[in-house]
Design a protein around this ligand. Structure first.
Ligand code: ZN
Length: 403
């Protein structure tokens, strides 16, 4: 075993760096149409010099952890295992909350891009991405950071620039970055609020700074660094007067109830608990405010056959949401998590750099298309089970995708 490990070490340490480098930057909660707002003018200019997807379709549910992991693994939430930001499983007594994979990787499945890079002897450097500090298949990125919401955008851009400025042999093949303030402001003040516009403007500035640094490195070091900027989901305005107080919902014995704001999930904890009776009670109490999601609808959304899928799910539409205590406080004016049929949930996608086409506009693509495109750019083999072969995003690449 020891000799084998030494062999691997030698093999990896002498393997040449992959030719291309990809920077994958996520702006949490950046709705598809924000790109056309004056606050995002720098990123819009980048889109004009690269590739833009007008609406990036999102997975179900359109929540931060499921969506980021779908982008990172190319798998749907019921395949990578993170089916919501908070959920339980029929085969476990504890429940997942954002970041649980760091302590217990059994919550997670799939091969994120950073793991794929490391498996092939490359170097991945993550300055935040949901679950990027967790071990997938026992592997961590070469560089990673434990999530800390207080880290400034400038610190992230500076660190990314330092990594990318390394000599070619040491330069990471993949760098991920994550910016959160557009989402935070969107939730607190609403998508159209001045505070959200200010967060968009600030993020726009730092993305542009990063792209300028990348261009300098590409020129001065003859590097081939490309940049993808995207989001996990959009944001809908919500109306506190229409919030549904979860205290008013039936809560029968034998079920564990989990409030996910746009939906409420009931997990049967007692095998004798009656799901049909609960569904009937919920329908009766609804008054048109929410609906019980049918098996058929869940199947259409590829949200079945997984121990984390609840026994019964109800959902609502914007401007409503479920909240403990109902309209308590004026501090919640935006939400996401609704199905992809709500247009506000669509995300955005911009790609620029030597790997990408110039001036290309793609009307629609899917989050699941990102993984095969990124893997192709990095010349990495696709793991089994990846859902998409690139879809509409195949047009984004300069070099054609492998068949
Ligand atoms: Zn998010």
């Amino acid at each position: 075993m020891k000799r084998f490990l030494t062999f691997c070490f030698l093999l990896f340490s002498v393997s040449p760096s992959l030719a291309n480098t990809l920077v994958l930057l996520s702006i949490d909660g950046f709705r598809w149409d924000y790109l056309d707002w004056p606050e995002a003018q720098r990123m819009k200019r980048m889109a004009e010099q690269g590739v833009r997807v007008n609406q990036l379709q999102v997975v179900y549910p359109s929540k931060t952890f499921p969506a980021h992991l779908s982008i990172a693994t190319g798998l749907r939430p019921t395949s990578h295992g993170v089916v919501d930001n908070y959920f339980c499983r029929s085969d476990r007594s504890d429940c997942y909350r954002m970041g649980s994979g760091q302590k217990d990787p059994d919550w997670l499945a799939g091969t994120p891009l950073w793991t794929l890079v490391e498996q092939q002897g490359g170097r991945a450097s993550t300055f935040f991405w949901p679950e990027s500090d967790a071990k997938f298949g026992g592997i961590l990125p070469t560089d990673y950071r434990a999530y800390d919401v207080s880290v400034s955008p400038s610190a992230k851009v500076q660190q990314a620039t330092e990594w990318l400025s390394l000599p070619e042999a040491d330069r990471p093949d993949l760098v991920t970055l994550y910016f959160s303030t557009v989402d935070t402001s969107g939730h607190t003040y609403g998508p159209d609020a001045p505070e959200t516009k200010a967060a968009i403007a600030e993020t726009d500035y730092w993305v542009d700074r990063l792209w300028r640094s990348i261009q300098d490195i590409n020129r001065q070091q003859d590097a081939e660094i490309s940049l993808i900027v995207l989001s996990d989901h959009g944001m809908s305005a919500v109306d506190p007067r229409q919030f549904i107080d979860t205290n008013t919902l039936p809560r029968p014995k034998g079920f564990r109830r989990v409030n996910s704001s746009t939906r409420v999930m009931y997990y049967r904890r007692d095998p004798n608990a009656d799901v049909t009776a609960l569904a009937a009670n919920l329908r009766e109490a609804s008054n048109g405010r929410y609906r019980v999601v049918s098996e058929e609808t869940l199947a259409e959304r590829h949200y079945t056959r997984h121990p984390a899928v609840a026994d019964l799910i109800i959902e609502t539409d914007p401007p409503r949401l479920f909240r403990h205590g109902g309209a308590r406080g004026p501090d919640l004016r935006g939400m996401h998590g609704y199905p992809a049929t709500v247009e506000d949930m669509a995300a955005f996608f911009v790609a620029i750099g030597p790997g990408f086409s110039v001036g290309k506009v793609i009307p629609k693509a899917h989050q699941l298309d990102v993984y095969p495109i990124a893997a192709t750019l990095l010349d990495l083999p696709l793991p089994d089970g990846v859902v998409s072969e690139g879809g509409a995003l195949r047009d984004a690449l300069v070099a054609p995708i492998r068949e």
